[in-house]
Design a protein around this ligand. Sequence first.
Ligand SMILES: [Zn+2]
Length: 207
Amino acid sequence: MNQRYPSVLLENAVNELATLPGVGRRTALRLALYMLRRDEGYAERFTSALLALRKEVKYCRVCHNICDNEMCGICADPRRDQSIVCVIENIKEVMAIENTGQFHGVYHVLGGIISPIDGIGPNDLEIDSLVERVAKGEVKEVILALSTTMEGDTTNFFIYRKLSPYQEVAISQIARGISIGDEIEYADEVTLGRSIINRTRFTINEE
Ligand SMILES: [Zn+2]
């Protein structure tokens, strides 16, 4: 059933808001009406923050984390151990692991995981740049901290194979304090922190 809107402007706003993940049309309508109740400055601040984010945000040239400059604060921090690289799917996971306060190495943001169903292959991800980073010879350990899903396992395996020529680099994965099927971003900080400390050497069962 098509909802009737008293204004095309309202309908347009609802249409746009309803494209956000997790926002249905009813919520979109509520948000649009909320915008109308607030002063005009609110909507201006709101939209300009989003526009600035979209237009001006940068990605770290080393780890692909989100940042405001060429290099992110973590990569640029001399106190971080540049020889330990933690591989994660997205920026959300960098934030989740940073919140544990247990990791003092650096990151590599893949930008997703291999998922044939969603049409995401290795070339859509920052895997080559990870291999290039390792090839420079300063990385001693790569920690795989991907979701414990089938896609995560596939991606782990792919990276493991790509890094296999670099025998001197230890490849570990976070301990399975994270339950199978869990998504890293939803893990609580204590569990996630412990998983980093208790990481294990990455192994595969090859027939
Ligand atoms: Zn960085």
